[in-house]
Design a protein around this ligand. Structure first.
Ligand code: GLV
Ligand code: MG
Length: 313
């Protein structure tokens, strides 16, 4: 796991098919916090092997600035996983931060990836432990095992929900992933969001929501993203640069909330250090140590997103 990428924001995680030279060339121009080059479901089976070299070339030759850079490899139940890792991690160099694992079912899937990465890093002259892991939860089995999965390796940086594969895995009666799922009379995603969030936070991981497939409807995306953001998720996948712009807003604290959090911390410091009191009124609200912790998490999130105190958004 690289400390550099672990500390960066992941409000918008842009997906790019690894077989498309055109989309690969465009990806670094998007304003996304995170970019992943896909070798899995957005690449046709007969393009999988050729896409590896395209992805390596894009990592080595394009300017990815500070964003987190990741490659999604194929799952262990395909013939491609080890080849993806050996070719891409073996040749991409240090700029590659992470590997994303799709359809993680159990902790041993992550342990196996950790062991393979260690060998490949040694042979490629990379620092051992340099490559982080993102684990996608997109099956019923993966969700049931998510607590063990999140604790399976020190390389883990994020736990990621994959709603499309997940809907297929549990037999949800939907043909796409859009905002209507959240309007249905019963919505299994509420349980999924809470379960993934707890497992991720228990292990200090970023927690990321997956794709929104009605790509042209940015208002509907804003609504759906607002739901996982309200649970405390750190970000969501973007399938287009326009989606990324919406997500950067949704997963940042508002300027008002950011400034109020600083004000709470200032007032609480004075109360505890000079007035010797631990619980006090802040306007109409009672605050104490727990309020300071909440405020601190908003300040950290805002600072990660590049916000400054007292500026309008
Ligand atoms: C993403 O991989 C998904 O299946 O939603
Ligand atoms: Mg998937």
């Amino acid at each position: 796991m690289s400390q550099r990428s672990k500390n960066l924001p992941r409000r918008s995680c842009l997906s790019t098919p690894g077989s498309s030279d055109r989309f690969l060339a465009k990806a670094p121009t998007a304003k996304s916090d995170f970019s992943f080059l896909d070798l899995e479901d957005s690449v046709a089976p007969n393009e999988k092997v050729a896409a590896r070299a395209k992805v390596v070339n894009a990592i080595r030759t394009l300017d990815w600035d500070e964003r987190v850079l990741c490659v999604r490899v194929n799952a262990w139940d395909t013939p491609w996983t080890y080849g993806d890792v050996i070719e891409v991690v073996g040749q991409a160099g240090e700029r590659l931060d992470e590997i994303m694992m799709p359809k993680v079912q159990r902790a041993s899937d992550v342990v196996a990836m950790d062991l393979l990465l260690t060998q490949v890093e040694k042979n490629a002259g990379l620092p051992v432990g340099h490559i982080g892991i993102e684990a996608q939860i997109e099956t019923a089995e993966g969700l049931i095992n998510v607590e063990a999965i999140c604790a399976a390796s020190a390389r883990l940086e994020s736990i990621v929900f994959g709603p499309a594969d997940f809907a297929a895995s549990i037999g949800m009666p939907v043909t796409t992933i859009d905002e209507t799922i959240h309007h249905a009379p019963s919505n299994p995603f509420s349980y999924v969001f809470a379960k993934i969030l707890m497992a991720g936070r228990m292990n200090g991981l970023h927690v990321i929501d997956g794709p929104f497939l009605k790509v042209r409807d940015l208002d509907a995306l804003r609504y759906a993203a607002g739901i996982s953001a309200s649970y405390g998720f750190d970000g969501k996948w973007a399938l287009t640069p326009d989606q990324a712009l919406v997500l950067n807003e949704v997963y940042s604290p508002s300027q008002g909330l950011f400034d109020k959090s600083y004000d709470i911390l200032d007032r609480y410091r004075v109360a505890t250090e000079q007035e010797h009191t631990g619980a006090l009124m802040f306007g109409d609200e009672m605050i104490d140590e727990a309020s300071a912790k909440i405020a601190n998490s908003f300040v950290e999130r805002g600072l990660r997103a590049g916000m400054s105190r007292g500026q309008s958004a």
